[in-house]
Design a protein around this ligand. Structure first.
Ligand code: MF3
Ligand code: CO
Ligand code: CO
Length: 256
């Protein structure tokens, strides 16, 4: 199994620079995320802003083994899209939609990975509750993080709350170690049992990025080989932060 890299304080500060810029990009896009904008326009502005700030988009051309290169700079996942939605000129946001925008920036070789789900105009009470529950799932997961806690504690906290709210937790995609590499060990499932899995140690850096579904947890991949949708085509929401394990707890590296 792949080893888990422990980052030095100096390396974590570099992660924070990238993470902060990624969070600022989400904030920058916020006012544009309105009915009438296409997901391609969001992508173009993200790419422009990223370059203007001397950073690089990690998704653009990213090609895990066996997949075609991801063709755009950000992921835009609307309504039933769970993750990895590809920005498209024809996809125009409309009143009542929810959209997750996931940005990953590389600054000086280090990655900052964060995402948030936006509400477009007036969304249904159910959609609003799903988005609020998902953001709270992320925080409940983060609050488990400290040396000696187990990876399973994170997923358990997320899953218990999501289920109590009548929602399901996607299992096909997980949080991940991140540093100079986009996706590395450890895997951080958003489900699981307390006390299971590896012990967390100071210097570990990984994402927590729960995808929570309105209906069933199963996902399907579309013909483009990237877009993941709920099998039942019900809604899915997601929030992501990049987190470092500190001596006493956690440090959120993707704050603006
Ligand atoms: N940012 C996503 C994550 O949270 C990964 C996107 S890979 C891409 O891990 F190629 F689709 F961009
Ligand atoms: Co991630
Ligand atoms: Co991400």
């Amino acid at each position: 199994m792949e080893r888990i890299t422990l980052l030095s304080k100096r390396e974590i500060e570099k992660m924070r620079v990238a993470g902060k810029l990624a969070a600022q990009l989400l904030d920058h896009l916020g006012p544009m995320v309105k009915a009438g904008v296409s997901t391609l326009e969001l992508d173009k502005e993200a790419e422009r802003w990223t370059k203007a700030h001397g950073a690089k988009s990690a998704p653009l051309g990213y090609q895990p083994e066996g997949l075609p290169p991801f063709p755009k700079s950000i992921c835009t996942s609307v309504n039933e899209v769970v993750c990895h939605g590809i920005p498209n000129k024809k996809q125009v946001l409309k009143n009542g939609d929810i959209i997750n925008i996931d940005v990953t920036l590389i600054v000086d070789g280090y990655h900052g990975d964060t995402s948030k789900t936006f509400l477009i105009g007036e969304v249904s009470p159910l959609a609003k509750r799903l988005v609020e529950v998902t953001e709270k799932c992320r925080m409940l997961g983060i609050e488990q993080v400290k040396p000696g806690a187990r990876i399973g504690d994170i997923g358990a906290a997320i899953q218990e709350y999501a289920h109590a709210e009548g929602f399901t937790v996607v299992e096909n995609f997980v949080g991940h170690g991140i540093s100079t590499v986009f996706h590395t060990a450890p895997q951080i499932p958003h489900y699981g049992k307390r006390g299971d899995g590896k012990k967390l140690r100071e210097g570990m850096v990984f994402t927590i990025e729960p995808m929570i579904n309105e209906g069933k947890l199963e996902v399907e991949i579309l013909a483009d080989e990237w877009t993941a949708v709920t099998q039942d085509r019900k809604l899915s929401a997601q929030f992501e932060h990049t987190i470092a394990v500190t001596a006493t707890g956690y440090d959120i590296l993707t704050l603006p």
